[in-house]
Write a protein that binds this ligand. Structure first.
Ligand SMILES: Nc1ncnc2c1ncn2[C@@H]1O[C@H](COP(=O)(O)OP(=O)(O)O)[C@@H](O)[C@H]1O
Ligand code: SF4
Ligand SMILES: [Mg+2]
Length: 346
């Protein structure tokens, strides 16, 4: 049996153990003063290091085979959270658990396995694919390095992987620039699949593609989910993209999760005022496709977030309490969580 087929036939794991669990994960970036700023301080300026709380105390559980959509406006910390999940960034505080094992505590082959099991698919395949490498090497290299296939079998292995993502293997000796945007994204997906992951973090993975190509790539993700029993964290600033694809949606605002709910429940009856604002649609007569309008008001700077509920300067329901006290994320109905003081009334 080929390695790809083996992956397909992989036995089901214990369904009671979540595949991924984040416990109180925060990620802070510190931008140190450069030399010019230090000199300015010597002559009386009062410049300080800039601290961005990109992810602020996020706890999240993802079940095996689940597709979780992570949504929020630009700068709210989606990519940072995705990178912490994929092991690209260490969390500043909090822990990441993959199949019940804390990832950072693993060493040697176990650490390597865990790292391979979560792969990331990026927005711009052109900048994430090495332009001087042939597709064959882009897709096959990591699988050989990690001993998933030997050098003799790599051509077959790459061919099978390319077919899985809808690419003709006859092109495996070509370079990335010889493909269209959609095909390049498929190469990026093939590269991720070649190391036999269980979990894909897709970060705006269709945002750079034409709408018709977007639909094809989204369909591919769903086909792969079925065939390979994959679990997804699907990051997008566009609610329309996650609506038809996610089992559950997580809404972030300035580093914090403000609401999470099964997709249908969230779209039918959004609880959090920020989700309600995100969901405000432009009615369209010409098609049944939803279109969402941007939320009114400026996104505050993550360098200096508002006190209390971060959303209060833009919230139509804000009270004095909202500016003073941070609302906790709590369960408001089975499987539905929201962080808003309005849920305390009554
Ligand atoms: N490597 C980094 N160094 C410093 N700041 C960063 C870094 N990555 C992200 N940030 C900051 O963290 C915040 C969240 O960014 P990001 O996770 O990219 O948001 P999103 O993906 O939702 O647009 C932003 O203010 C961004 O400027
Ligand atoms: S806590 Fe207050 S400001 Fe925040 S979303 Fe709820 S009502 Fe609006
Ligand atoms: Mg991003």
């Amino acid at each position: 049996m080929s390695a790809v087929a083996e992956q397909t036939a992989r036995s089901e794991t214990d369904p009671t153990v979540p595949i991924l669990e984040l416990r109180h994960v925060s990620k802070r970036f510190v931008k140190r003063l450069d030399l010019a700023a230090k000199i300015a301080n010597l002559v009386g300026a009062t410049l300080r290091d800039e601290i961005v709380q990109a992810v602020d105390d996020v706890s999240l559980t993802v079940a095996d085979g689940e597709v979780v959509g992570l949504v929020g406006e630009s700068g709210c910390g989606k990519s940072t959270l995705g990178r912490v999940v994929a092991g690209v960034h260490p969390a500043t505080t909090g822990t990441v658990h993959f199949r019940d094992r804390e990832v950072t505590s693993l060493r040697g082959p176990e650490a390597r396995d865990a790292a391979l099991k979560i792969q990331m698919i990026f927005q711009d395949p052109m900048s994430s694919l090495n332009p001087r490498m042939r597709v064959k090497d882009i897709v096959g290299e990591a699988a050989v390095v990690h001993g998933l296939v030997d050098a003799k079998g790599v051509d077959d292995y790459v061919a099978q992987t390319l077919m899985r993502v809808g690419l003709d293997p006859v092109y495996m000796r070509r370079y990335p620039h010889q493909f269209s945007g959609g095909q390049r994204q498929r190469i990026g997906i093939a590269r991720a699949l070649a190391v036999q992951p269980d979990f894909l973090v897709c970060d705006e993975s269709v945002a750079a593609l034409d709408v018709s190509i977007q639909a094809q790539v989204l369909n591919l993700f769903m086909k792969l989910r079925e065939e390979l029993n994959l679990t997804y964290l699907f990051i997008s600033h566009d609610l329309g993209v996650v609506e038809h694809l996610s089992d559950r949606v997580v809404i972030m605002y300035l580093g914090r999760v403000v609401e999470t709910a099964p997709t249908e429940a969230l779209f039918d009856a959004p609880n959090h005022p920020y989700t309600q604002a995100l969901l405000a649609e432009i009615p369209r007569l010409d098609s049944r496709k939803r279109r969402f309008v941007p939320v009114k008001g400026e996104i505050p700077s993550p360098l200096d977030p508002p006190t209390g509920c971060h959303f209060h300067p833009r919230c139509p329901h804000a009270t004095a309490r909202c500016a003073a006290e941070q609302p906790v994320l709590r369960e408001i109905a089975p499987g539905r969580w929201s962080a808003c003081h309005l849920n305390d009334a009554g």
